[in-house]
Design a protein around this ligand. Structure first.
Ligand code: PLP
Length: 424
């Protein structure tokens, strides 16, 4: 209702069809052009609105703000994204983080949430109603999949899953007048599949949404390709230190204001402390990403050549089926790779047991190299059939490459794999 009312009033949006609570929208994709400044510099200069003369951004921990009287209180209460009213609405520290993300994505604005899932679910529930339709990539983070298959189905939101790596698959599944969202994740979790951002950005009608968590804003800018909304789990590379749980959406300001309006009611509000940690993470994002993606390339090359590895998956490898696409749309190939232990589940189990430097943990993007077994951790909610369908084999291991020296990491993977060879 909120969304419909808002869009009817907004000059840049035009309804193609409306009926029984479902809408299809035609968007004037008037995306801002990014500035001349290099992203590594923007990571330093952006998001300083809460600073005053302080070089470091202050932590505004307050949940509420004092008004001078009724007129002032009403101004704060009714202003869109007023940062000095109540922190479920907005908060100066969180706002600084949002501004930094908007600048890095080349977006008009951004809005933060309590987690990546908070950002995703708020977007879906803000833009879809009962009877709406979503087109989604078949390979997604399992939490996103579970939300699309569970609560969405319960709320009467239909989802069509497609293999988004096939040219034209998303566009072909769009139902004009009914599809509200086209949702992709690139690179995808856990197999590092890529989605063609130009193709996605060219889809007219529904809102196009990209979960760009694995790339970070330093790795790719989906909005430049015409995509409407970019979502990140900032818990990952953006924060970069495993000490914040945070999500963020970037895109056109008017659309984000509308999602924000719904989000105030939904309440997946970010913590200012997490926003501050993530803002500090942004300051070093460029150097971290450069080091980690270089290491990921070296490690995936070593793993691809190892006799006990059936396959290595990393967009920077020439053997990756979408290598050319990655080179075209990504600034760096990312910090996450996956590989399949040749001996299946038993072998993967022994690799996880034997690594010494690499830590066995889920999540990604931090300074410590982490490894997990997607079939029993991040994607454990999938059935055996769904796992097979998504290509998540029993021997698959996902690695988030950290900031250690890659030589030490390669030695650790090699000893973990080779010990199996000698004892077999
Ligand atoms: N998107 C991707 C690609 C993820 O890998 C994850 C979590 O691993 C999420 C979204 C959810 O993020 P969060 O855990 O911050 O809710």
């Amino acid at each position: 209702m909120l969304l419909a009312g808002y869009l009817h009033e907004h000059p840049e949006w035009r309804f193609l069809a409306a009926g029984s609570g479902t809408y299809c929208l035609c968007v004037t994709k008037d995306h801002p052009t990014p500035g001349e400044q290099q992203p590594a510099t923007t990571a330093i200069t952006a998001g300083r609105s809460a600073n005053g003369t302080s070089l470091a951004t202050p932590l505004w921990a307050s949940s509420t703000w004092v008004s001078t009287g009724l007129v002032d209180a009403r101004r704060r209460a009714t202003g869109r994204r007023s940062t000095e009213f109540y922190s479920r609405y907005a908060n100066p520290t969180v706002r600084a983080f949002e501004e930094a993300i908007a600048a890095l994505e080349g977006a008009e604005d951004a809005v933060a949430y309590s987690s990546g899932m908070g950002a995703l679910t708020t977007t879906i529930l803000a833009l879809c109603s009962s009877g709406s339709h979503i087109v989604a990539q078949h390979q997604l983070y399992a939490g996103t999949l579970a939300f699309l298959q569970g609560p969405c189905a319960r709320f009467g939101i239909d989802v069509t899953f497609v293999d988004g790596t096939k040219p034209g698959a998303f566009a072909a599944a769009v139902q004009p007048g009914r599809t509200m969202l086209v949702l992709a994740e690139t690179p995808s979790n856990p197999l590092l599949e890529l989605i063609d951002l130009d193709e996605l950005g060219a889809i007219k009608g529904p809102f196009t949404v990209v979960d760009s968590t694995f790339a970070t804003p330093l790795g790719q800018q989906p909005i430049k390709h015409g995509v409407d909304l970019v979502i990140h789990s900032a818990t990952k590379g953006i924060d970069g230190h495993n000490d914040a749980t945070l999500g963020v959406i970037a895109g056109e300001r008017d659309l984000l204001d509308e999602i924000w309006g719904y989000g105030v009611l939904h309440g997946a509000t970010p913590s200012p402390a997490d926003a501050l940690n993530a803002l500090r993470g942004i300051r070093t994002l460029a150097v971290r990403t450069a080091h980690q993606s270089k290491s990921a390339m070296q490690i995936s090359t070593a793993l691809a050549a190892h006799p006990e590895v059936r396959a290595a998956h990393y967009p920077g490898l020439i053997s990756h089926p979408q290598y050319e696409l990655g080179q075209r749309q990504m600034r760096s190939s990312g910090t996450v790779l996956a590989f399949e232990a040749a001996g299946g589940l038993e072998h993967a189990t022994s690799v996880l047991d034997r690594v010494r430097l690499v830590r066995v943990a889920t999540s990604l993007g931090g300074p410590e190299t982490l490894m997990c077994h997607p079939a029993t951790s991040t994607h454990s909610s999938l059935t055996a059939e769904e796992l097979a369908d998504a290509g998540i084999t029993p021997g698959l291991l996902r690695v988030s490459v950290g900031l250690e020296d890659p030589t030490d990491l390669i030695a650790d993977f090699t000893q973990a794999l080779e010990r199996v060879t000698t004892s077999a």
